[in-house]
Design a protein around this ligand. Structure first.
Ligand code: COA
Length: 387
């Protein structure tokens, strides 16, 4: 089977982009990726469009066709399919593209993630985001994404005697890295004190524990060995791709603070890549809420359960032994849900290519990209780098 190479990446700025439409964001990111890859759009065999909420937020479904149409590939008959798995949609779409190339069916696949979240008034966005939870058991009774994360955070902090500082420190690191990322939603640095004292959202979480409501687009071009060679493109290899599932409703899970889908996807990703944890040079983790960043460090095997706070308080900055979220993470780079996972991969690609400028990590060997849907029902892990 062929290896799969990321040969191009592009993204828009993430943020409140009032003057940009859903389709414009998607196409801008896509064109940047095509330009970066140095290919023609006719080279693309299939397009996977990743989007979570456009049906409710923008009254637009069939995002695959929309992207194909507006980017001009529809007339060439290139198939375009939407992939949706809540906030892990982008990572799931990358995996589908990876499998399409591994199978030998296609030589080039494009992944385009997009979300336009700010075209909706006031708190309605919370209702729409809550549709990614279990409707009958959670959101119907008032459960929101923030409330579910807060339940997990409260139990975790109680059971392991973890102080709120560790959650805040995760966000402080994200903001420090985002200050070096021109595409980030929030580019302001914050202090631990600001993070601790910011407005409460769902105790113990406050606004600096929450990813923002963002607009944005991100895209990747994936290619087979044969194609990458034919265009003389040295990409970044996707060493492994893994996905796993757990129950949708939080109450059905074995534990409130072990994300089983992450444990399984992480284990499989390392097995398939045939590398050790110590080979990883940086991680892009999915901190839609700060608590998830800590749980993921543990569930991916980088700290014992309950001990991620030591890991985070120690050092996760760009110059630490294992930098986390060089992009600024979901907290500060932003979380335009359908684009988020693709954006994480764009950052990992830039880091591996040595193109991350001010936030470049020194000589990365392998990067780990991790996404969860909602509260963690689906987890997707990609390891990139190496030969
Ligand atoms: N971090 C930092 N600042 C934030 C922020 C965040 N997460 N969210 C909003 N702000 C800032 C805004 O920029 C604005 O600043 P300004 O007054 O200087 O312009 C201010 O806070 C008020 O913004 P507003 O949009 O009115 O905030 P809000 O109170 O309506 O929303 C949250 C705040 C935390 C509720 C909202 O960001 C949210 O719901 N986040 C979670 C999204 C989510 O669940 N995503 C999916 C996860 S699966």
């Amino acid at each position: 089977m062929t290896e799969v190479h990321i040969i191009g990446a592009g993204e828009t700025k993430f943020g409140e982009l009032w003057d940009r439409s859903l389709r414009e964001l998607a196409v801008e990111a896509g064109l940047r990726a095509i330009e970066d890859a140095g290919i023609y759009s006719r080279d693309i065999g299939i397009l996977y469009g990743s989007n979570t909420l456009a049906g409710s937020l923008n009254w637009q479904n069939d995002i695959g066709s929309l992207l194909a149409d507006f980017s001009g590939i529809a007339s060439a008959g290139i198939p375009a399919i939407r992939v949706e798995s809540s906030t892990s949609s982008g990572a799931s779409a990358i995996r589908e593209a990876y499998l399409a190339i591994r199978s030998g069916e296609y030589d080039v696949a494009m992944v385009g993630g997009v979300e336009k979240m700010t075209d909706i008034y006031g708190s309605e966005i919370l209702d729409v985001v809550s549709t990614t939870l279990d409707r009958e058991w959670e959101s119907f009774f008032g459960g929101t994404a923030a409330a579910m994360a807060a339940i997990t955070a409260r139990k975790y902090m109680h059971d392991f005697n973890v102080e709120k500082e560790a959650l805040a420190a995760f966000s402080v690191n994200d903001h420090a890295n985002a200050s070096k990322n021109p595409n980030a939603h929030y580019r302001s640095k914050i202090t631990l004190e600001t993070a601790m004292k910011s407005t409460k959202v769902a105790e113990p979480l406050n606004i600096m524990d929450c990813s923002p409501v963002s607009d944005g687009g991100a895209a990747l071009i994936l290619a087979s060995d044969k194609f990458a060679k034919s265009v003389g493109k040295e990409g970044v290899v996707i060493k492994s791709s893994a996905i796993s599932q757990d129950y949708l409703a939080l109450h059905s899970r074995d534990s409130l603070y072990t994300i089983n889908s992450t444990v399984r996807a992480g284990r499989t990703a390392f097995e398939k890549a045939g590398i050790k944890k110590s080979d990883i040079s940086f991680m892009e983790l999915h901190n839609s809420y700060s608590i998830y960043g800590l749980l993921e460090i543990e569930d991916l095997g980088f700290a014992e359960k309950g001990k991620a706070s030591d890991f985070v308080m120690d050092d996760i900055s760009l110059t630490s032994p294992l930098p986390i979220n060089p992009s600024g993470g979901l907290k500060a780079k932003g979380n335009p849900m359908g684009a988020t996972g693709v954006g994480q991969a764009v950052e990992a690609y830039l880091q591996m290519k040595g193109k991350a400028k001010e936030r470049q990590i020194k000589e990365p060997k392998y990067g780990l990209i991790h996404s969860i849907s909602g509260t963690g029902s689906t987890s997707v892990v990609h390891i990139i780098g190496g030969e």
